[in-house]
Design a protein around this ligand. Structure first.
Ligand code: ADP
Length: 548
Protein backbone atom coordinates (compact mmCIF):
# COMPACT_ATOMS: atom_id res chain seq x y z
CA UNK A 1 0.00 0.00 0.00
CA UNK A 2 2.63 2.51 1.12
CA UNK A 3 4.79 1.84 -1.95
CA UNK A 4 1.86 2.13 -4.32
CA UNK A 5 0.90 5.49 -2.83
CA UNK A 6 4.41 6.94 -2.98
CA UNK A 7 4.84 5.66 -6.55
CA UNK A 8 1.80 7.62 -7.54
CA UNK A 9 2.64 10.85 -5.74
CA UNK A 10 4.25 12.48 -8.78
CA UNK A 11 4.35 16.25 -8.43
CA UNK A 12 1.83 16.44 -5.62
CA UNK A 13 2.78 17.58 -2.12
CA UNK A 14 2.15 15.71 1.13
CA UNK A 15 -0.96 16.70 3.03
CA UNK A 16 -0.99 17.95 6.60
CA UNK A 17 -3.39 15.26 7.73
CA UNK A 18 -2.82 12.63 10.40
CA UNK A 19 -1.81 9.11 9.44
CA UNK A 20 -3.53 7.58 12.46
CA UNK A 21 -4.12 3.93 11.61
CA UNK A 22 -7.70 2.88 11.00
CA UNK A 23 -8.35 0.24 13.62
CA UNK A 24 -10.84 -1.83 15.55
CA UNK A 25 -9.43 -0.21 18.67
CA UNK A 26 -10.54 3.21 17.46
CA UNK A 27 -14.12 1.90 17.13
CA UNK A 28 -13.89 0.42 20.62
CA UNK A 29 -12.45 3.53 22.26
CA UNK A 30 -15.01 5.78 20.60
CA UNK A 31 -17.82 3.52 21.83
CA UNK A 32 -16.47 3.52 25.39
CA UNK A 33 -16.10 7.30 25.50
CA UNK A 34 -19.17 8.44 23.62
CA UNK A 35 -21.75 5.78 24.42
CA UNK A 36 -20.80 4.20 27.79
CA UNK A 37 -24.40 3.59 28.87
CA UNK A 38 -25.65 2.00 25.66
CA UNK A 39 -26.55 -1.68 25.95
CA UNK A 40 -25.28 -5.06 24.93
CA UNK A 41 -27.90 -7.72 25.50
CA UNK A 42 -27.35 -11.43 25.12
CA UNK A 43 -29.38 -14.54 25.62
CA UNK A 44 -27.69 -16.87 28.11
CA UNK A 45 -29.70 -20.05 28.50
CA UNK A 46 -33.19 -19.06 29.59
CA UNK A 47 -32.18 -15.56 30.71
CA UNK A 48 -31.21 -12.29 29.05
CA UNK A 49 -27.96 -10.72 30.23
CA UNK A 50 -27.55 -6.96 30.01
CA UNK A 51 -24.27 -5.06 29.93
CA UNK A 52 -23.59 -1.40 29.37
CA UNK A 53 -20.90 -0.66 26.80
CA UNK A 54 -18.71 0.38 29.76
CA UNK A 55 -19.20 -2.98 31.49
CA UNK A 56 -18.56 -4.76 28.21
CA UNK A 57 -15.35 -2.75 27.78
CA UNK A 58 -14.09 -3.92 31.15
CA UNK A 59 -14.73 -7.53 30.21
CA UNK A 60 -12.83 -6.98 26.95
CA UNK A 61 -9.90 -5.66 29.01
CA UNK A 62 -10.01 -8.72 31.27
CA UNK A 63 -10.13 -11.05 28.29
CA UNK A 64 -7.14 -9.32 26.67
CA UNK A 65 -5.12 -9.84 29.85
CA UNK A 66 -6.21 -13.48 30.00
CA UNK A 67 -5.19 -13.98 26.36
CA UNK A 68 -1.77 -12.54 27.13
CA UNK A 69 -1.42 -14.94 30.06
CA UNK A 70 -2.32 -17.81 27.78
CA UNK A 71 0.64 -16.76 25.66
CA UNK A 72 -1.29 -15.34 22.70
CA UNK A 73 1.06 -13.12 20.68
CA UNK A 74 0.49 -10.73 17.78
CA UNK A 75 -0.25 -12.70 14.62
CA UNK A 76 -1.42 -15.82 16.45
CA UNK A 77 -4.75 -17.24 15.35
CA UNK A 78 -7.46 -17.65 17.96
CA UNK A 79 -10.56 -19.52 16.86
CA UNK A 80 -14.11 -18.88 17.99
CA UNK A 81 -16.79 -21.50 17.68
CA UNK A 82 -19.81 -19.69 18.89
CA UNK A 83 -23.29 -18.27 18.39
CA UNK A 84 -24.09 -14.57 18.56
CA UNK A 85 -23.48 -13.95 22.26
CA UNK A 86 -21.70 -11.52 24.56
CA UNK A 87 -18.55 -13.61 25.02
CA UNK A 88 -18.19 -13.93 21.26
CA UNK A 89 -18.45 -10.15 21.00
CA UNK A 90 -15.73 -9.80 23.64
CA UNK A 91 -13.47 -12.00 21.47
CA UNK A 92 -14.33 -9.84 18.43
CA UNK A 93 -12.64 -6.89 20.11
CA UNK A 94 -10.01 -8.33 22.50
CA UNK A 95 -8.30 -10.66 20.02
CA UNK A 96 -7.62 -8.18 17.19
CA UNK A 97 -6.89 -5.34 19.63
CA UNK A 98 -3.89 -7.28 21.02
CA UNK A 99 -2.70 -7.84 17.44
CA UNK A 100 -3.84 -11.45 17.11
CA UNK A 101 -6.32 -12.78 14.54
CA UNK A 102 -9.80 -14.00 15.42
CA UNK A 103 -10.79 -16.92 13.20
CA UNK A 104 -14.57 -17.13 13.37
CA UNK A 105 -15.24 -20.78 12.54
CA UNK A 106 -18.50 -21.45 10.75
CA UNK A 107 -20.12 -23.95 13.10
CA UNK A 108 -22.41 -25.17 10.34
CA UNK A 109 -19.62 -26.55 8.23
CA UNK A 110 -19.34 -30.33 8.32
CA UNK A 111 -16.86 -31.73 10.92
CA UNK A 112 -14.25 -32.58 8.26
CA UNK A 113 -14.49 -29.02 6.88
CA UNK A 114 -14.17 -27.61 10.41
CA UNK A 115 -11.10 -29.79 10.92
CA UNK A 116 -9.77 -28.46 7.60
CA UNK A 117 -10.16 -24.79 8.55
CA UNK A 118 -8.73 -25.25 12.07
CA UNK A 119 -5.63 -26.81 10.52
CA UNK A 120 -5.43 -24.40 7.61
CA UNK A 121 -5.65 -21.39 9.92
CA UNK A 122 -3.27 -23.06 12.43
CA UNK A 123 -5.45 -22.05 15.34
CA UNK A 124 -3.61 -22.25 18.66
CA UNK A 125 -6.64 -21.81 20.89
CA UNK A 126 -10.32 -22.48 20.28
CA UNK A 127 -13.01 -20.66 22.28
CA UNK A 128 -16.28 -22.57 22.02
CA UNK A 129 -19.81 -22.26 23.35
CA UNK A 130 -20.50 -25.08 25.83
CA UNK A 131 -23.64 -26.04 23.92
CA UNK A 132 -21.45 -26.84 20.88
CA UNK A 133 -19.10 -29.19 22.75
CA UNK A 134 -20.05 -32.28 20.70
CA UNK A 135 -19.20 -30.61 17.39
CA UNK A 136 -15.94 -29.24 18.73
CA UNK A 137 -14.92 -32.67 19.97
CA UNK A 138 -15.82 -34.26 16.62
CA UNK A 139 -13.74 -31.71 14.72
CA UNK A 140 -10.89 -32.03 17.21
CA UNK A 141 -10.82 -35.81 16.74
CA UNK A 142 -10.31 -35.21 13.01
CA UNK A 143 -7.73 -32.43 13.48
CA UNK A 144 -5.96 -32.99 16.79
CA UNK A 145 -3.38 -30.28 15.98
CA UNK A 146 -0.28 -29.99 18.10
CA UNK A 147 -1.02 -28.69 21.55
CA UNK A 148 -4.18 -26.84 20.51
CA UNK A 149 -6.00 -25.57 23.61
CA UNK A 150 -9.71 -25.15 24.24
CA UNK A 151 -11.64 -22.64 26.29
CA UNK A 152 -15.31 -23.30 27.07
CA UNK A 153 -17.84 -20.48 27.24
CA UNK A 154 -20.90 -21.23 29.40
CA UNK A 155 -22.23 -24.59 30.51
CA UNK A 156 -21.98 -27.74 28.39
CA UNK A 157 -24.04 -30.93 28.33
CA UNK A 158 -20.88 -33.05 28.59
CA UNK A 159 -17.32 -32.40 29.75
CA UNK A 160 -14.38 -31.80 27.41
CA UNK A 161 -11.30 -32.98 29.21
CA UNK A 162 -8.58 -30.38 29.50
CA UNK A 163 -10.77 -27.45 28.38
CA UNK A 164 -10.34 -24.23 30.36
CA UNK A 165 -13.31 -22.21 31.59
CA UNK A 166 -13.79 -18.70 30.16
CA UNK A 167 -15.20 -17.06 33.28
CA UNK A 168 -12.47 -18.58 35.50
CA UNK A 169 -9.82 -17.30 33.10
CA UNK A 170 -11.04 -13.71 33.09
CA UNK A 171 -12.27 -13.50 36.71
CA UNK A 172 -9.22 -12.00 38.40
CA UNK A 173 -7.72 -10.14 35.47
CA UNK A 174 -7.43 -6.34 35.40
CA UNK A 175 -10.15 -4.44 33.54
CA UNK A 176 -7.73 -2.29 31.58
CA UNK A 177 -5.13 -3.17 28.99
CA UNK A 178 -2.36 -1.16 27.43
CA UNK A 179 -3.54 -1.63 23.84
CA UNK A 180 -0.69 -1.68 21.33
CA UNK A 181 -0.67 0.47 18.19
CA UNK A 182 -1.30 -1.87 15.27
CA UNK A 183 -0.53 -1.40 11.58
CA UNK A 184 -3.87 -0.78 9.89
CA UNK A 185 -3.04 -3.40 7.25
CA UNK A 186 -2.53 -6.16 9.83
CA UNK A 187 -4.87 -9.16 9.82
CA UNK A 188 -7.72 -8.87 12.33
CA UNK A 189 -10.44 -11.39 11.53
CA UNK A 190 -10.23 -14.54 9.43
CA UNK A 191 -13.35 -15.92 7.81
CA UNK A 192 -13.73 -18.85 5.45
CA UNK A 193 -16.36 -19.06 2.72
CA UNK A 194 -19.11 -21.54 3.38
CA UNK A 195 -17.86 -23.89 0.70
CA UNK A 196 -20.74 -23.84 -1.72
CA UNK A 197 -17.93 -24.81 -4.10
CA UNK A 198 -14.89 -26.86 -3.04
CA UNK A 199 -12.89 -26.43 0.14
CA UNK A 200 -13.54 -23.37 2.30
CA UNK A 201 -11.36 -20.43 1.27
CA UNK A 202 -10.07 -17.89 3.77
CA UNK A 203 -10.45 -14.11 3.69
CA UNK A 204 -8.33 -12.27 6.26
CA UNK A 205 -9.88 -8.87 6.99
CA UNK A 206 -7.53 -6.10 8.13
CA UNK A 207 -8.11 -3.44 10.78
CA UNK A 208 -8.31 -0.94 7.94
CA UNK A 209 -10.86 -2.87 5.86
CA UNK A 210 -12.97 -3.55 8.95
CA UNK A 211 -13.05 0.14 9.87
CA UNK A 212 -13.82 1.28 6.32
CA UNK A 213 -16.54 -1.34 5.93
CA UNK A 214 -18.15 -0.23 9.20
CA UNK A 215 -18.17 3.42 8.10
CA UNK A 216 -19.58 2.66 4.67
CA UNK A 217 -22.19 0.15 5.81
CA UNK A 218 -23.54 2.71 8.24
CA UNK A 219 -24.47 5.17 5.46
CA UNK A 220 -28.16 5.96 5.21
CA UNK A 221 -28.39 4.27 1.80
CA UNK A 222 -26.66 1.18 3.17
CA UNK A 223 -27.78 -0.18 6.56
CA UNK A 224 -28.53 3.34 7.77
CA UNK A 225 -27.94 2.49 11.41
CA UNK A 226 -28.33 5.16 14.09
CA UNK A 227 -27.60 5.59 17.78
CA UNK A 228 -31.30 5.21 18.49
CA UNK A 229 -31.51 1.79 16.82
CA UNK A 230 -31.87 -1.46 18.70
CA UNK A 231 -30.21 -4.00 16.48
CA UNK A 232 -30.74 -7.76 16.38
CA UNK A 233 -28.32 -9.51 14.01
CA UNK A 234 -29.81 -12.87 13.10
CA UNK A 235 -27.00 -13.30 10.59
CA UNK A 236 -24.36 -15.21 12.54
CA UNK A 237 -21.12 -13.82 13.90
CA UNK A 238 -19.53 -17.06 12.62
CA UNK A 239 -20.17 -16.05 9.01
CA UNK A 240 -18.69 -12.82 7.60
CA UNK A 241 -18.80 -10.97 10.90
CA UNK A 242 -22.58 -10.89 11.04
CA UNK A 243 -22.34 -8.52 8.04
CA UNK A 244 -20.11 -6.21 10.07
CA UNK A 245 -22.85 -5.32 12.58
CA UNK A 246 -20.67 -5.97 15.69
CA UNK A 247 -18.43 -3.12 14.53
CA UNK A 248 -21.06 -0.84 13.03
CA UNK A 249 -23.24 -1.00 16.16
CA UNK A 250 -20.46 0.13 18.47
CA UNK A 251 -19.35 2.74 15.97
CA UNK A 252 -22.76 4.42 16.00
CA UNK A 253 -23.67 3.53 19.59
CA UNK A 254 -26.73 1.41 18.86
CA UNK A 255 -27.98 -1.18 21.34
CA UNK A 256 -26.84 -4.64 20.26
CA UNK A 257 -28.98 -7.69 20.96
CA UNK A 258 -27.69 -11.21 20.49
CA UNK A 259 -29.96 -14.27 20.17
CA UNK A 260 -27.46 -17.12 20.78
CA UNK A 261 -28.91 -20.32 19.26
CA UNK A 262 -32.53 -19.14 19.34
CA UNK A 263 -32.98 -18.49 15.62
CA UNK A 264 -36.39 -20.18 15.52
CA UNK A 265 -39.32 -17.89 14.66
CA UNK A 266 -40.69 -17.92 18.22
CA UNK A 267 -37.30 -16.95 19.64
CA UNK A 268 -36.80 -14.16 17.08
CA UNK A 269 -40.31 -12.78 17.57
CA UNK A 270 -39.96 -12.88 21.36
CA UNK A 271 -36.71 -10.87 21.25
CA UNK A 272 -38.10 -8.39 18.72
CA UNK A 273 -41.02 -7.76 21.06
CA UNK A 274 -39.33 -7.72 24.47
CA UNK A 275 -36.32 -5.71 23.29
CA UNK A 276 -38.21 -3.43 20.92
CA UNK A 277 -35.83 -4.27 18.07
CA UNK A 278 -35.85 -1.60 15.34
CA UNK A 279 -33.39 -3.09 12.83
CA UNK A 280 -32.50 -6.67 12.04
CA UNK A 281 -30.63 -8.57 9.36
CA UNK A 282 -30.52 -12.12 8.09
CA UNK A 283 -30.96 -14.62 5.27
CA UNK A 284 -34.39 -15.12 3.62
CA UNK A 285 -35.12 -18.53 5.19
CA UNK A 286 -35.25 -17.12 8.71
CA UNK A 287 -37.64 -14.35 7.67
CA UNK A 288 -39.86 -16.67 5.65
CA UNK A 289 -40.41 -18.63 8.86
CA UNK A 290 -40.92 -15.47 10.93
CA UNK A 291 -43.42 -14.14 8.38
CA UNK A 292 -45.40 -17.39 8.53
CA UNK A 293 -45.42 -17.35 12.33
CA UNK A 294 -46.54 -13.70 12.43
CA UNK A 295 -49.35 -14.44 10.00
CA UNK A 296 -50.43 -17.55 11.88
CA UNK A 297 -50.64 -15.54 15.10
CA UNK A 298 -52.11 -12.49 13.38
CA UNK A 299 -49.33 -10.37 14.81
CA UNK A 300 -47.17 -7.45 13.76
CA UNK A 301 -43.85 -6.22 15.15
CA UNK A 302 -44.57 -2.49 15.51
CA UNK A 303 -41.04 -1.53 16.59
CA UNK A 304 -39.27 -3.37 13.78
CA UNK A 305 -38.85 -0.80 11.04
CA UNK A 306 -36.11 -2.17 8.81
CA UNK A 307 -35.02 -5.65 7.90
CA UNK A 308 -31.94 -6.19 5.74
CA UNK A 309 -32.19 -9.45 3.82
CA UNK A 310 -29.45 -11.05 1.74
CA UNK A 311 -27.12 -14.00 1.48
CA UNK A 312 -29.40 -15.45 -1.15
CA UNK A 313 -32.15 -13.86 -3.23
CA UNK A 314 -35.09 -12.46 -1.27
CA UNK A 315 -38.27 -13.79 -2.90
CA UNK A 316 -40.44 -10.94 -4.16
CA UNK A 317 -43.38 -12.30 -2.22
CA UNK A 318 -41.37 -12.07 1.01
CA UNK A 319 -40.61 -8.40 0.41
CA UNK A 320 -44.24 -7.62 -0.30
CA UNK A 321 -45.49 -9.60 2.69
CA UNK A 322 -43.06 -7.93 5.08
CA UNK A 323 -43.94 -4.51 3.69
CA UNK A 324 -47.60 -5.32 4.33
CA UNK A 325 -46.66 -6.05 7.94
CA UNK A 326 -45.17 -2.55 8.19
CA UNK A 327 -41.54 -3.64 7.89
CA UNK A 328 -39.27 -2.13 5.24
CA UNK A 329 -37.62 -5.25 3.75
CA UNK A 330 -34.31 -4.14 2.26
CA UNK A 331 -32.63 -6.44 -0.22
CA UNK A 332 -28.83 -6.60 -0.07
CA UNK A 333 -26.10 -8.57 -1.77
CA UNK A 334 -22.60 -9.35 -0.65
CA UNK A 335 -19.90 -11.94 -0.29
CA UNK A 336 -17.41 -13.12 2.31
CA UNK A 337 -14.66 -11.74 0.09
CA UNK A 338 -16.26 -8.25 0.31
CA UNK A 339 -16.55 -7.99 4.12
CA UNK A 340 -19.42 -8.58 2.93
CA UNK A 341 -21.67 -5.71 1.79
CA UNK A 342 -21.74 -4.98 -1.94
CA UNK A 343 -25.17 -3.55 -2.77
CA UNK A 344 -28.25 -2.43 -0.86
CA UNK A 345 -31.66 -1.70 -2.37
CA UNK A 346 -33.22 1.64 -1.43
CA UNK A 347 -35.47 4.17 -3.15
CA UNK A 348 -33.87 6.86 -5.30
CA UNK A 349 -35.02 10.40 -5.99
CA UNK A 350 -35.03 9.85 -9.75
CA UNK A 351 -37.92 7.42 -9.40
CA UNK A 352 -39.89 9.42 -6.84
CA UNK A 353 -42.64 10.06 -9.40
CA UNK A 354 -42.85 6.48 -10.59
CA UNK A 355 -43.77 4.32 -7.58
CA UNK A 356 -44.50 1.22 -9.68
CA UNK A 357 -41.07 1.31 -11.30
CA UNK A 358 -39.46 2.07 -7.97
CA UNK A 359 -41.17 -0.92 -6.42
CA UNK A 360 -39.87 -3.19 -9.19
CA UNK A 361 -36.35 -1.86 -8.68
CA UNK A 362 -36.49 -2.53 -4.96
CA UNK A 363 -36.86 -6.26 -5.63
CA UNK A 364 -33.36 -6.21 -7.11
CA UNK A 365 -30.21 -6.67 -5.01
CA UNK A 366 -29.60 -2.93 -4.94
CA UNK A 367 -27.13 -0.20 -5.76
CA UNK A 368 -23.41 -0.36 -5.12
CA UNK A 369 -21.82 0.82 -1.90
CA UNK A 370 -19.36 3.61 -2.62
CA UNK A 371 -16.41 1.53 -1.42
CA UNK A 372 -16.99 -1.09 -4.12
CA UNK A 373 -15.73 -0.71 -7.69
CA UNK A 374 -17.36 -2.98 -10.24
CA UNK A 375 -17.43 -4.21 -13.83
CA UNK A 376 -19.70 -6.56 -15.75
CA UNK A 377 -17.87 -8.64 -18.35
CA UNK A 378 -18.83 -11.20 -20.97
CA UNK A 379 -17.11 -14.54 -21.47
CA UNK A 380 -14.22 -12.95 -23.37
CA UNK A 381 -13.66 -10.35 -20.66
CA UNK A 382 -15.24 -7.39 -22.49
CA UNK A 383 -17.38 -4.96 -20.51
CA UNK A 384 -21.12 -5.22 -21.16
CA UNK A 385 -23.35 -2.14 -20.90
CA UNK A 386 -25.35 -1.37 -17.75
CA UNK A 387 -28.67 -1.43 -19.60
CA UNK A 388 -30.61 -3.81 -17.36
CA UNK A 389 -30.58 -6.49 -20.07
CA UNK A 390 -26.97 -7.37 -20.88
CA UNK A 391 -25.69 -10.09 -18.64
CA UNK A 392 -22.13 -10.46 -17.51
CA UNK A 393 -20.04 -11.83 -14.70
CA UNK A 394 -19.59 -9.31 -11.94
CA UNK A 395 -16.01 -8.36 -11.10
CA UNK A 396 -15.26 -6.23 -8.04
CA UNK A 397 -12.44 -4.63 -6.15
CA UNK A 398 -12.49 -2.12 -3.35
CA UNK A 399 -11.40 -0.88 0.03
CA UNK A 400 -12.98 -3.77 1.89
CA UNK A 401 -12.64 -6.40 -0.86
CA UNK A 402 -9.94 -9.01 -0.50
CA UNK A 403 -7.12 -9.08 -3.06
CA UNK A 404 -6.37 -12.78 -2.57
CA UNK A 405 -7.27 -15.86 -0.53
CA UNK A 406 -5.46 -16.68 2.67
CA UNK A 407 -2.63 -19.14 1.97
CA UNK A 408 -4.27 -20.47 -1.17
CA UNK A 409 -2.46 -19.57 -4.37
CA UNK A 410 -4.50 -21.91 -6.53
CA UNK A 411 -7.87 -20.41 -5.56
CA UNK A 412 -6.32 -16.92 -5.78
CA UNK A 413 -5.16 -17.59 -9.33
CA UNK A 414 -8.62 -18.79 -10.36
CA UNK A 415 -10.55 -15.92 -8.82
CA UNK A 416 -8.25 -12.91 -9.28
CA UNK A 417 -6.32 -13.47 -12.51
CA UNK A 418 -5.57 -12.16 -15.03
CA UNK A 419 -6.65 -8.64 -14.05
CA UNK A 420 -6.51 -8.49 -10.23
CA UNK A 421 -10.27 -7.96 -10.02
CA UNK A 422 -12.20 -10.47 -7.93
CA UNK A 423 -14.35 -12.66 -10.18
CA UNK A 424 -17.49 -13.12 -8.11
CA UNK A 425 -18.98 -16.06 -10.05
CA UNK A 426 -22.29 -14.16 -10.09
CA UNK A 427 -23.94 -13.41 -13.43
CA UNK A 428 -25.79 -10.12 -13.22
CA UNK A 429 -27.34 -7.17 -14.94
CA UNK A 430 -27.01 -3.55 -13.85
CA UNK A 431 -29.67 -1.13 -15.06
CA UNK A 432 -29.65 2.56 -15.96
CA UNK A 433 -30.55 3.47 -12.38
CA UNK A 434 -27.60 1.50 -11.04
CA UNK A 435 -29.55 -1.41 -9.56
CA UNK A 436 -27.78 -4.75 -9.65
CA UNK A 437 -29.75 -7.89 -10.28
CA UNK A 438 -28.19 -11.30 -9.71
CA UNK A 439 -29.35 -13.49 -12.56
CA UNK A 440 -27.64 -16.63 -11.26
CA UNK A 441 -24.37 -18.12 -10.12
CA UNK A 442 -22.26 -18.95 -13.20
CA UNK A 443 -22.31 -22.59 -12.14
CA UNK A 444 -26.07 -22.72 -11.47
CA UNK A 445 -27.19 -21.60 -14.92
CA UNK A 446 -29.03 -24.36 -16.75
CA UNK A 447 -27.91 -24.86 -20.32
CA UNK A 448 -30.80 -26.24 -22.30
CA UNK A 449 -30.52 -26.71 -26.07
CA UNK A 450 -28.40 -23.59 -26.60
CA UNK A 451 -30.54 -21.45 -24.24
CA UNK A 452 -29.55 -20.40 -20.73
CA UNK A 453 -32.14 -20.70 -18.01
CA UNK A 454 -31.72 -18.73 -14.80
CA UNK A 455 -32.57 -21.03 -11.89
CA UNK A 456 -33.24 -17.95 -9.76
CA UNK A 457 -35.94 -16.65 -12.14
CA UNK A 458 -37.81 -19.95 -12.06
CA UNK A 459 -37.45 -20.23 -8.27
CA UNK A 460 -38.95 -16.78 -7.87
CA UNK A 461 -42.04 -17.83 -9.77
CA UNK A 462 -42.41 -21.06 -7.82
CA UNK A 463 -41.96 -19.25 -4.51
CA UNK A 464 -44.98 -17.12 -5.38
CA UNK A 465 -47.23 -20.22 -5.32
CA UNK A 466 -49.39 -19.97 -2.20
CA UNK A 467 -48.98 -23.65 -1.29
CA UNK A 468 -45.21 -23.87 -1.68
CA UNK A 469 -42.87 -23.10 1.16
CA UNK A 470 -39.61 -23.51 -0.71
CA UNK A 471 -38.42 -24.14 -4.24
CA UNK A 472 -35.02 -24.91 -5.65
CA UNK A 473 -34.31 -25.27 -9.36
CA UNK A 474 -31.26 -27.03 -10.80
CA UNK A 475 -30.03 -28.55 -14.07
CA UNK A 476 -29.83 -32.28 -14.73
CA UNK A 477 -27.99 -33.80 -17.72
CA UNK A 478 -30.39 -34.60 -20.54
CA UNK A 479 -29.66 -36.81 -23.59
CA UNK A 480 -31.30 -34.42 -26.06
CA UNK A 481 -31.12 -30.96 -24.51
CA UNK A 482 -27.76 -31.15 -22.68
CA UNK A 483 -29.47 -30.09 -19.46
CA UNK A 484 -33.06 -29.63 -18.34
CA UNK A 485 -34.35 -27.82 -15.28
CA UNK A 486 -35.82 -29.76 -12.38
CA UNK A 487 -37.54 -28.21 -9.36
CA UNK A 488 -37.40 -29.58 -5.83
CA UNK A 489 -40.23 -28.05 -3.80
CA UNK A 490 -41.48 -28.20 -0.23
CA UNK A 491 -45.22 -27.87 0.31
CA UNK A 492 -46.62 -25.72 3.09
CA UNK A 493 -47.95 -27.63 6.05
CA UNK A 494 -51.63 -28.45 5.66
CA UNK A 495 -51.69 -27.52 1.94
CA UNK A 496 -52.73 -30.04 -0.70
CA UNK A 497 -50.69 -29.47 -3.85
CA UNK A 498 -49.34 -31.75 -6.58
CA UNK A 499 -47.10 -31.62 -9.64
CA UNK A 500 -49.99 -30.77 -11.99
CA UNK A 501 -51.07 -27.81 -9.87
CA UNK A 502 -47.53 -26.44 -9.84
CA UNK A 503 -47.24 -26.91 -13.61
CA UNK A 504 -50.50 -25.03 -14.11
CA UNK A 505 -49.13 -22.20 -11.97
CA UNK A 506 -46.01 -21.92 -14.13
CA UNK A 507 -47.81 -22.27 -17.47
CA UNK A 508 -48.61 -18.59 -18.02
CA UNK A 509 -45.51 -17.27 -16.29
CA UNK A 510 -42.69 -19.12 -18.05
CA UNK A 511 -41.90 -20.11 -21.60
CA UNK A 512 -42.20 -23.82 -22.19
CA UNK A 513 -38.46 -24.33 -22.60
CA UNK A 514 -37.85 -22.56 -19.27
CA UNK A 515 -40.34 -24.68 -17.37
CA UNK A 516 -38.88 -27.48 -15.23
CA UNK A 517 -39.46 -30.94 -16.72
CA UNK A 518 -40.08 -32.37 -13.27
CA UNK A 519 -41.39 -30.95 -10.01
CA UNK A 520 -40.24 -33.14 -7.13
CA UNK A 521 -41.87 -32.84 -3.73
CA UNK A 522 -39.30 -33.21 -0.94
CA UNK A 523 -39.38 -32.83 2.85
CA UNK A 524 -36.48 -30.39 2.92
CA UNK A 525 -33.98 -28.88 0.52
CA UNK A 526 -30.34 -29.61 1.39
CA UNK A 527 -28.53 -26.48 2.52
CA UNK A 528 -25.01 -25.23 3.16
CA UNK A 529 -23.96 -24.22 6.61
CA UNK A 530 -25.47 -20.78 6.22
CA UNK A 531 -28.77 -21.91 4.83
CA UNK A 532 -28.16 -21.62 1.08
CA UNK A 533 -29.47 -24.32 -1.21
CA UNK A 534 -26.87 -27.01 -1.89
CA UNK A 535 -27.63 -27.46 -5.58
CA UNK A 536 -24.50 -29.55 -5.90
CA UNK A 537 -26.13 -32.24 -3.71
CA UNK A 538 -29.42 -32.11 -5.58
CA UNK A 539 -27.65 -32.43 -8.93
CA UNK A 540 -25.80 -35.47 -7.57
CA UNK A 541 -28.93 -37.11 -6.11
CA UNK A 542 -31.02 -36.75 -9.26
CA UNK A 543 -28.30 -36.98 -11.91
CA UNK A 544 -29.85 -40.07 -13.56
CA UNK A 545 -33.37 -38.65 -13.78
CA UNK A 546 -33.38 -38.24 -17.57
CA UNK A 547 -31.25 -41.24 -18.44
CA UNK A 548 -32.80 -43.42 -21.10
P1 ADP B 1 -20.30 -18.79 0.18
O1 ADP B 1 -21.74 -19.22 0.17
O2 ADP B 1 -19.48 -19.31 -0.94
O3 ADP B 1 -19.64 -18.82 1.52
P2 ADP B 1 -20.99 -16.12 0.71
O4 ADP B 1 -21.68 -16.56 1.92
O5 ADP B 1 -19.97 -15.08 0.82
O6 ADP B 1 -20.32 -17.28 -0.08
O7 ADP B 1 -22.11 -15.75 -0.31
C1 ADP B 1 -21.86 -15.08 -1.49
C2 ADP B 1 -22.83 -15.45 -2.56
O8 ADP B 1 -24.15 -15.53 -2.08
C3 ADP B 1 -22.90 -14.40 -3.63
O9 ADP B 1 -21.89 -14.50 -4.56
C4 ADP B 1 -24.26 -14.64 -4.25
O10 ADP B 1 -24.21 -15.63 -5.22
C5 ADP B 1 -25.06 -15.11 -3.09
N1 ADP B 1 -25.86 -14.00 -2.58
C6 ADP B 1 -25.64 -13.19 -1.55
N2 ADP B 1 -26.63 -12.29 -1.39
C7 ADP B 1 -27.51 -12.54 -2.39
C8 ADP B 1 -28.75 -11.96 -2.80
N3 ADP B 1 -29.29 -10.94 -2.14
N4 ADP B 1 -29.35 -12.45 -3.88
C9 ADP B 1 -28.83 -13.49 -4.56
N5 ADP B 1 -27.68 -14.09 -4.23
C10 ADP B 1 -27.02 -13.62 -3.16
Amino acid sequence: MATILSDRLGGTIPSTMSDLPLSIRSIFEHAMKSHPRKQIISRDGAQLLRFTYAEFGKRVGKLANALKKLGVKPGDRVASFAWNGHRHLELYYAVPMIGAVLHTVNIRLFPDQIAFVLDHAEDDIVFYDGSLVKLVKAAHALAPGSGRRFVQMGASPEPFEGALDYETLVADEPETYDWPEIDERAGAILCYTSATTGDPKGTLFSHRSTFIHALASGLADSLGMMESDRVLPIVPMFHVNAWGTPFLCLLVGADFIMPMERLDPAGVIELCESEKVTLSAGVPTVWLAVRDALRAQNKTLPHLKRLVIGGSAMPKSLMDDLNALGIDAIHAWGMTEMSPIGTVSHNISELANDPAKQHEERYKQGRFCPIVQWRLVDESGHDVPPDGRSRGELLVRGFAVTAKYYKNEEATATAFEPDGWFHTGDVCTVDEYGYLEIVDRVKDFIKSGGEWISSVEVENILMGHPSLKEACVFGIPHPKWQERPVAAVVAREGHEVDEDAVRAWMADKLAKWQTPDRVLFVDAIPRTGVGKFLKRDLRETYKGLFEE
